[in-house]
Design a protein around this ligand. Structure first.
Ligand SMILES: *Cc1c(COP(=O)(O)O)cnc(C)c1O
Length: 233
């Protein structure tokens, strides 16, 4: 194993612990999802040896090939976090333990229908576009409540919470506002009776801000695996 990967992982875990303390949250209340997109299966093996179990992938084909390559590591928890086209839902329904990027009912209905009967219900988050950018995936904040309530009723899905990708160019105050907006939507859904334990928000550069706003799961790629090279995919 490369020392650098295990020490990078340790540093990220340390950042999470410090951020939990800084916001008076219990140690261990924030989970780390290691975002391994574009990195080879061997990088995941190294992280697994270092104790990491939850991995996030953005591309269906990559999820498929890494699941096959790493099938012997049966305790890996696979999270799909990328944009999902309806013609690709079956593979994700069969392979993933979690999907963070549910942004319309049609996708949720397909995932529920295609989730194999012998597997437990698929854990999902509804992705909300809190930054208001046109190009971003995620449902509009005004639609989030209705979408979450509809997703929660699907038989083969367990709605765990909400996810967002804020504007990467936002200043810290704007970022904090966008994270807080997601947290407020979860509170509203909880008041309506849904038990949502997950706020999937925060990445390499902003995990402290996200944890300050209530994140329960941070999705971290670069700070663990290094810079991504999309050219070699
Ligand atoms: C790539 C990606 C991440 C990780 O981003 P880093 O800045 O590398 O930590 C997190 N979430 C989603 C949805 C991503 O696509």
């Amino acid at each position: 194993m490369t020392m650098s990967l295990s020490s990078a992982l340790e540093q990220v875990n340390q950042r999470i612990r410090l951020a939990e303390q800084a916001s008076n949250r219990p140690a261990g209340s924030v989970r780390l999802l290691a975002v391994s997109k574009t990195f080879p299966a061997d990088a995941i093996r190294d992280a697994h040896v270092a104790g990491q179990r939850a991995f996030g992938e953005n591309y269906v084909q990559e999820l498929e090939s890494k699941c096959a390559e790493l099938a012997s590591l049966t305790d890996i928890e696979w999270h799909f976090i990328g944009p999902l086209q309806s013609n690709k839902t079956r593979v994700v329904a069969e392979l993933a333990h979690w999907v963070h990027s549910v942004d319309r009912l049609k996708i949720a209905e397909r995932l529920s229908a295609q989730r194999p009967a012998q597997l437990p219900a698929l854990n999902v988050c509804v992705q909300v576009n809190v930054s208001g950018e046109q190009s971003k995936s995620g449902c509009e904040p005004g639609q989030a409540i209705a979408l979450a309530q509809a997703v929660a009723k699907l038989p083969r899905l367990t709605l765990r919470g909400l996810m967002c990708i804020p504007d990467p160019h936002a200043n810290p105050a704007t970022l904090a506002g966008q994270f807080s907006r997601l947290a407020a939507l979860r509170e509203q859904l909880r008041a309506d009776g849904l038990t949502l334990d997950t706020l999937s928000m925060g990445m390499s550069s902003d995990l402290e801000t996200a944890i300050g706003a209530g994140s329960t799961l941070v999705r971290v790629g670069t700070a663990i695996f290094g810079a991504r090279d999309y050219g070699v995919r």
